[in-house]
Ligand binder design. Structure first.
Ligand code: TYD
Ligand code: MG
Length: 460
């Protein structure tokens, strides 16, 4: 049994247990329960003496609600993902792997916002003031009137924020904060939840926009950010593959905007550069088309983005062939391989399959199915797709190629970038500015690839 006031908190999902056990009942993870003092069961109301209540003042749905005012930070890609600027009084959680560039992005955001007249504070719990300052100077923000502090005590931070009226406050990171009201260590679920709760309350009360940084490792090793997600108004994630300069900002949750917008940045020597027009960024090198490459005409948020899918299908040296995928969903790859095997007669049973999305972008659209299938078939058959061809379409388990959203926008962007033909669902052909090889079934697309049967005169 835990000590007085102590409980066992799952560091993965935040569930509170009275007794220790090897496995968390709530999320099923092993070895994640840690004793934390002062971890009261969440949701249990504190006993209260008041017996009189005021009742609820119900409202109708018809009243006019003004658009929330927004602080435009000046980093347009960041503002776009937030829904057109940061809403005062809102709390944002920015998650991402360590080293992806969260501190760099937020320094840029608060530096630009300060230069535009907003009162901003940057509180670092991870780095010393000198470190943050020298990075800001390297990024050309030496003149920005940012209020900089290195502090981890949430009590001191709250105190400072109560004294002055800020517009925007960055807390880097939530895992380093601690509150003396709890005995648990910094970074534990209890501390993260308590500190985030205090900061979010203050944000609402004083109408300050607060951005909390949260580290998340791929296997969820570092506790915390998950339990904060429901407290904040927006959850943004900053992603990028190691070895690529491109970084993508996405919204996983946003109470003040759409969640499918992305912001694209390029990491350079002097910070992050915004990429306002990312459509051609993720294409491979030009030149002779190799077998195994297919250019996907995708849509990210409101913008078309062209990305190259690269596949390699090779004989396997092992009993269990490898399936490796970067930038796409491995479950989706398994499905496309199964459809290629059972509906199109291709065999992958004794072959290794590698699939890679160029440039380090992560693609989540089902519309990419046909591009992945085309790249895989092209590699398996050693038959390159024609020069200047874009591909998109969703594949069903029965082997149908289905239409997808915004097909005209995809084709228009491809035409603008000099592509000369498309392999796409039948419905795309109606309004296309390009010659389209319209396919209703995946088998038809694979036959075209195998026989190199493409519209004449379309080659670029
Ligand atoms: P950082 O913002 O500290 O990452 P996070 O806060 O997410 O942990 O970024 C760290 C990486 O970014 C580091 O590997 C160095 C690189 N970087 C640049 O390449 N150029 C720059 O101008 C800056 C500031 C960082
Ligand atoms: Mg950092």
């Amino acid at each position: 049994m835990a000590r007085d006031g102590a409980a066992y908190v799952c560091q993965s999902c935040g569930a509170v247990h009275a007794k220790w056990s090897g496995r968390c009942d709530a999320c099923g993870q092993w070895n994640t329960l840690v004793e934390e003092v002062g971890a009261r069961q969440p949701g249990a109301l504190a006993p209260t003496k008041a017996t009189r209540t005021r009742g609820l003042a119900f409202e109708t749905l018809q009243a006019e609600t003004p658009e929330p005012p927004r602080i435009e930070t000046g980093v347009a890609e960041f503002d776009r993902v937030c829904g057109g600027g940061v809403v005062p009084g809102s709390a944002i959680l920015l998650g991402g792997d360590p080293g992806v560039g969260k501190s760099t992005l937020l320094m840029q955001v608060c530096g630009q916002a300060a230069l535009r007249g907003a009162k901003v504070a940057y509180v670092s719990g991870e780095e010393a003031v000198e470190q943050v300052r020298s990075r800001a100077q390297r990024m050309g923000l030496a003149q920005a009137p940012v209020n900089l502090a290195a502090e981890t005590s949430v009590r001191d931070i709250l105190d400072a924020l109560k004294r002055d009226q800020f517009d925007l406050v960055i807390i880097d990171s939530i895992q380093t904060l601690w509150s003396d009201a709890h005995e648990a260590g910094p970074g534990s679920v209890t501390q993260v939840r308590a500190c985030a709760g205090e900061l979010v309350r203050l944000a609402k009360k004083k109408r300050v926009a607060v951005v909390l940084v949260g580290h998340v490792t791929k296997d969820g090793q570092i506790a915390g950010p998950r339990v904060v997600e429901h407290m904040v108004d927006a959850v943004l994630s900053f992603e990028g593959e190691r070895g690529y300069p491109f970084r993508v900002l996405r919204a996983a949750k946003n109470r003040f905007g759409a969640t499918d917008e992305i912001g694209v940045f390029e990491m350079g020597d002097s910070g992050l550069r915004e990429v306002a027009n990312p459509s051609a960024l993720f294409l491979g090198e030009g030149g002779e088309r190799a077998a195994g490459a297919a250019v996907f005409a995708g849509i990210e948020g409101s913008r078309p983005v062209l990305v190259e899918f690269q596949a390699l299908v090779a004989p396997s040296a092992y009993g269990t062939p490898r399936r490796a995928v970067v930038g796409w969903d491995s479950g989706r790859l398994a499905m496309v391989l199964a459809v290629l095997e059972s509906r199109c007669g291709l065999q992958f049973g004794n072959r290794d399959v590698y699939l890679n999305v160029a440039g380090g972008l992560r693609i989540n659209e089902p519309a990419a199915d046909l591009a992945a299938a085309a790249a895989l078939a092209s590699s398996a058959l050693e038959a390159p797709l024609p020069q200047g061809c874009v591909v998109f379409g969703e594949i069903s388990l029965s082997g149908e190629v289905r239409g997808v959203g915004r097909m005209e926008a995809r084709l228009k962007e491809a035409a603008k970038l000099g592509f000369s033909q498309a392999l796409a669902p039948t419905a795309a052909a109606e309004t296309s500015p390009l010659p389209v090889t319209a396919v209703g079934r995946l088998a038809e697309a694979i036959r075209r690839i195998a026989e190199s049967e493409w519209p004449k005169g379309a080659a670029a």
